[in-house]
Ligand binder design. Structure first.
Ligand SMILES: NC(=O)c1ccc[n+]([C@@H]2O[C@H](COP(=O)([O-])OP(=O)(O)OC[C@H]3O[C@@H](n4cnc5c(N)ncnc54)[C@H](OP(=O)(O)O)[C@@H]3O)[C@@H](O)[C@H]2O)c1
Length: 331
């Protein structure tokens, strides 16, 4: 089969012929119809991820059709369109993942290929309202956004939410989920066109985080603060979320693209703020996320599809941050 293989860090992944895997007991073989990129794949290719093991086929997000069953797998899966839960070994504690936890695509081979074997308990039927391309865009971003917004921050209808860096895959999924429950959503971005796009999709407004005193401008525009703030950037700008937070607000973050941040303790305790770090989600979160997507008929926003053979270009494009939503690769 053909696959994108990362052969060394700080090099582009190579599109090449590799051996097609065979399902072991408890596993199925999936013909991948579509696979999506996450920033994680870029970090892995740049060596910015712990316990890197190469060569590896990256990719945590995929949707496809089950074409072969290993021993002890229910016949109901054969020929089913599925999406893959990228969690492995979360463990028993819903609050935190086990030490053995790992995400599909590192250290085990992932979805950027034509055929993939996974355990049958990682399969979820593809929601009928989604194409394979849309379904591939869902797992990692959908799970991270769902746990951050609902399991952790408890976002409710009518609350004011600020989503920072709306061009990001998780950010945009969070935005779509919040819109579905009728939260009032505001956004930030480093690109004015992305703010305009978010507004055309239902955001109330936004601000470019490269503007001087962007937080003051945003507070003026929004005529007040926010009940929940969703962020993956961290860095210098994070401290201003404490100014933008309403009393008793919840700030939730799942990434640190711009590095460490400062927190003013007086602002935190006086306003009775809560801060949550969030990573992926357990299998229960994954099921709840799929239920949510089915209930509200959410269609993940896919900006671009690329051929798997163009994967190296797609990695570069994502690294440059030009995307709005997910980049999907087609084998
Ligand atoms: N903990 C977890 O489970 C988990 C899961 C998924 C991702 N992550 C992490 O979360 C981060 C985003 O991942 P992703 O896959 O969504 O990446 P992505 O699709 O590449 O999005 C990155 C986005 O970050 C935004 N950004 C950059 N600088 C910013 C700043 N100074 N302030 C606000 N936003 C800024 C940009 O938004 P604009 O384009 O709008 O400027 C960019 O589009 C990565 O660090 C990733 O490792 C963690």
């Amino acid at each position: 089969m053909k696959a994108l293989v990362l052969e060394a860090v700080n090099t582009a992944p190579v599109f090449k012929e590799v051996e097609t895997p065979s399902p072991k007991a408890g596993e199925v073989l999936i013909k991948i119809e579509a696979a999506a990129l996450n920033h994680r794949d870029i970090y892995i290719s740049q060596g910015l991820y712990p316990n890197i093991k190469i060569p590896v086929i990256p990719g945590s997000d995929g949707a496809g059709t089950v074409i072969e069953l290993g021993a002890d797998v229910s016949a109901k899966w054969l020929n089913k369109p599925v999406i893959i839960n990228p969690n492995n070994n979360w463990g028993q504690n819903p609050a935190v993942q086990d030490k053995k936890y790992h995400i599909l695509g590192m250290p085990t081979n992932g979805t950027l290929c034509e055929y993939l074997c996974v355990k049958a308990d990682r399969l979820v039927e593809k929601p009928e309202h989604l194409s394979f391309v849309q379904a591939a865009a869902l797992p990692l971003a959908g799970l991270t956004a769902y746990r951050s917004l609902f399991t952790k921050a408890g976002l409710k209808k009518g609350e004011r939410l600020l989503v920072s860096g709306i061009g990001g895959g998780v950010a945009l999924m969070g935005f779509q989920m919040a819109m579905a429950i009728d939260a009032e959503v505001w956004v930030t971005s480093g690109a004015n066109e992305k703010i305009d796009l978010a507004v055309s999709l239902g955001a109330v407004g936004g601000i470019n985080y490269k503007t001087e005193n962007w937080h003051k401008e945003l507070e003026k525009k929004a005529n007040g603060g926010f009940d929940v703030i969703l962020d993956s950037a961290g860095g210098e700008g994070f401290q201003y979320f404490l100014d933008l937070a309403n009393p008793a607000a919840r700030i939730v973050f799942y990434g640190g693209t711009c590095g460490s941040f400062k927190v003013n303790p007086q602002k935190m305790f006086w306003k009775q703020l809560s801060m949550f770090g969030s990573t992926m989600g357990d299998d229960n979160d994954f099921c709840l996320m799929i239920e949510f997507i089915n209930k509200y008929k959410i269609e993940p926003f896919v900006k671009e599809t690329w051929a798997l053979s163009e994967g190296a270009e797609a990695f570069k494009h994502m690294d440059e941050g030009q995307q709005f939503g997910k980049i999907v690769l087609l084998p």
